[in-house]
Write a protein that binds this ligand. Structure first.
Ligand code: SF4
Length: 394
């Protein structure tokens, strides 16, 4: 499908951090990059307290496994940063914070390859003051027995060699080649690859992604043809894992009081699938905002913040998504987007409703929020009254 919308949403080209927050319709969005994607119970409780004291009391999990505190009042930002510093959850400065854009598989163990590489890369990126990478440039460390980050946005990937369980491969995102690395060399080679990206002109005016550069140029000379990366693997479902219990957050968001309550059960690992892994447990009681049942229809819908929380939104999204979830056929996914930017699900979805006015949605099949619609100007009331409209043309 082609992308052709008359009004284009604003693209910022950078991600919010804690030290460089982004203004949204409900106040500042403050993104916290927990080292190793893990929060101790004390850190989780502390974040919940800070969210309630300085913000709206709503906490998101991002598609790169970071927590976002929403609705932070501008005048409270300094106090919030002081609180994050006490919790060990903020970097020295905004540049170091921006560089340290690492997604680590949540399925790691202390001392395994992923854990060792993530620690080394975190340290190396903190120290690499000369490295001015684009705002969205990131690293994925996916060294578990099964790859799980194939669909997570990243520019440099460290993954297990699919033909040699002991081997590790460093890849430039989008390249058919790679470099054999070890847990000892991976972090330094990742930095070398980031520098190659900059030297080759990959970042123009602070923007640019590795896959865009690879599409224009050949891969780094030291990289050789290697077995391909694993194909798309569906994200895990809520349930018990060898590492603890995976729980989903409705629309990737929970009240801060749920975060505080979860801390009573164990340390938390953040995932890029709008889920948290609660270490070492196999069950939880129901808590506000959590989805514990792998068959819950809300897992078949995505919806962004929408109106009124996002200034770009044309309409509210989440109430409609809740109401339509049961009408989405099993195995399909419905994405409801407040505008054509499609933040909640940037990839194509089976069904997409994109808001085009206060109570107007375009319906797109097998596309993104910006693609050509099959049906236009559907009101929320009409969709609720006749949810079959969603699947009539598919
Ligand atoms: S997709 Fe949603 S959250 Fe993203 S800019 Fe549009 S309305 Fe805002």
């Amino acid at each position: 499908m082609t992308s052709a919308r008359p009004t284009q949403p604003k693209v910022y080209g950078w991600c919010p951090g804690a030290l460089r927050p982004m203004m949204s319709g409900d106040g500042l969005v403050v993104r916290v990059r927990a080292p190793l994607g893990r929060l101790t119970p004390e850190q989780a409780r502390g974040l919940a307290t800070l969210s309630q004291a300085h913000g709206s009391g709503l906490v998101d999990i991002s598609a790169r496994a970071n927590l976002q505190l929403r609705g932070i009042r501008e005048e409270a930002h300094a106090a919030l940063i002081a609180g994050l510093r006490d919790l060990g959850l903020v970097d020295e400065d905004a540049s170091a914070e921006a560089r340290r854009n690492i997604t680590l598989t949540p399925f790691w163990q202390v001392g395994d390859d992923g854990h060792r590489i993530a620690k080394a890369l975190t340290q190396a990126l903190r120290q690499a003051e000369d490295l001015e990478l684009p705002g969205k440039f990131g690293f994925a460390i996916d060294c578990g027995t099964m790859p799980v980050l194939t669909d997570t946005a990243a520019d440099i990937r460290i993954e297990r060699d699919q033909s040699n369980a002991d081997g590790l491969i460093l890849r430039a995102d989008g390249a058919p080649t790679g470099l054999a690395v070890s847990a000892k060399t991976a972090a330094q080679e990742a930095l070398n690859l980031a520098r190659w990206f900059l030297d080759q002109g990959g970042a123009s005016e602070g923007r640019g992604r590795m896959h865009q550069l690879i599409a224009r140029r050949s891969a780094p000379p030291a990289h050789v043809a290697l077995p391909p990366s694993a194909k798309h693997i569906a994200p895990p479902r809520p349930g018990v894992t060898p590492f603890g219990l995976l729980v989903a957050l409705e629309f990737g968001q929970m009240p801060a009081r749920t975060l505080a309550k979860l801390a009573d059960y164990g340390a938390l690992r953040l995932t890029p699938w709008r889920m948290l892994l609660v270490e070492g447990i196999d069950s939880l009681p129901p808590l506000p905002g959590l989805i514990l049942d792998a068959t819950d229809p809300r897992l078949r819908v995505s919806a962004c913040t929408g109106a009124p929380g996002c200034p770009q939104a044309r309409a509210a999204t989440r109430d409609l998504a809740r109401d339509l979830a049961a009408a989405v056929p099993v195995g399909q996914h419905l994405h409801i987007s407040g505008c054509a930017k499609g933040c909640a699900h940037p990839r194509p979805a089976d069904l997409v409703l994109t808001a085009t006015g206060t109570d107007r949605f375009d319906l797109i099949c097998n596309g993104t929020a910006a693609d050509h619609p099959l049906n236009t100007s559907l009101s929320a009331a009409r969709l609720r009254a006749a949810p079959d409209l969603l699947t009539e043309g598919s």
